[in-house]
Design a protein around this ligand. Sequence first.
Ligand code: IMO
Ligand code: MG
Length: 428
Amino acid sequence: MPAFAVIGGQWGDEGKGKVIDYLAGRVSAVVRYAGGNNAGHTVVNDKGEFSLHLVPSGICWPDVYGIIGNGVVVDPEVLMGELNELSERGIETDKLCISDRAHVVMPYHVLLDRLEEESRGNAAIGTTGRGIGPAYVDKTARMGIRVGDLLDPESLRPRLEQTLNIKNKLISAVYGAEPLSAEEIMEKSLEWGNQLRPYVHATEQLVQDLLEQDQNILLEGAQGTLLDLDHGSYPYVTSSSPSIGGACTGLGLNPQAIKGVLGVYKAYSTRVGGGPMATEVFGEAADAWRDMANEFGATTGRARRVGWFDAVAGRYSRQVNGLTGMVITRLDILDGFPSVKICVGYRANGQEVSRFPSDTRVLEQCVPVYEEMPGWDEPTASATSLDQLPQNALAYVRRIEELVGCPAQVISTGPSRDETILVEQVIP
Ligand code: IMO
Ligand code: MG
């Protein structure tokens, strides 16, 4: 009963969407287990280019189930918009299933996300503003609205009224903003319920059934390990568990079912939003890098911070997730760089720091120790086999494997599904 996970090894935007689309032809279901429409997963194949936020990235494979598990928070309006757009572009969406246990991102979550961020001033997290944090807060506080509630007006009304009563006090008394109308939200919720009804299932049972039938399933990570609520650079994190533990709780999946955990790493680093990033490059060099690599968010369009590959953070992610292999993406972006650097350690206050610090204040003081390697002039772009890689590019990959501590099973050399080197089969 094999499940294979694809997990962000850095701060998100590693190219998980591309990897999922590439691998999804070998599985029966692609399953999201955490996060919400803060994710922006780009898929490019013969059907076109798609920017997906909630719909699992296997959607272009018509026979593959797309499952949104209980650990995901769902903004119904965004989901319906995405499904409509896919249908208009000729992509079938009837194999999409949404957990009745998944929590709903309500309009007050989106409003509170903005108000909380504004009130943080300089210490803002730089959230995507999609209401994700506030939705998880309510889930944990046991006052969330679940997808199943949308189908049952009688249980929904009292829950919504009770919750909104508290939220409106917060919105008006603490933040001085306009309270929201319960009637309007109730109306919208019932409409969402009607639209989503055909897609709502007990997805944990579907996942378990598929595994018992010995079908392969692919667990689609969103965000990245360094944004994990527990294991990331708190408080500059997202509010869910993008790392492997989140897959068990976010789906109702037993850990023995997981046969492989693939960590996706960009060949360099990017981060969007606040928080420490030891290997960040600044100034004109960063601007040029960002423009050349088009490092702007798929969800918010924000400029991503760019920098060198951080192997200290990379090794930490490998350990947290028990990675069995890695995917290196966007290797082609480094084509033509005269030299490339890898961060192999940190120094803070004159001391060597060999592990990824749990204290964000320590992490903020960490200065990277770099190893510099010669670049390559010949392109890696669009390469489909290892022997097409220039020697120096291959040496760079080998060094990353060594420092992170697991083999590169897939290397991505361009955004399109076929611009991929399959070094070793990931899903048998
Ligand atoms: P994918 O799945 C990159 C970042 C935000 C912010 C922090 C908290 O495309 O890799 P949130 O809205 O989640 O409360 O914001 O997390 N963030 C991401 N960064 N890729 C993502 O998703 C992200 N999802 C959230 O920028 O710093
Ligand atoms: Mg993204």
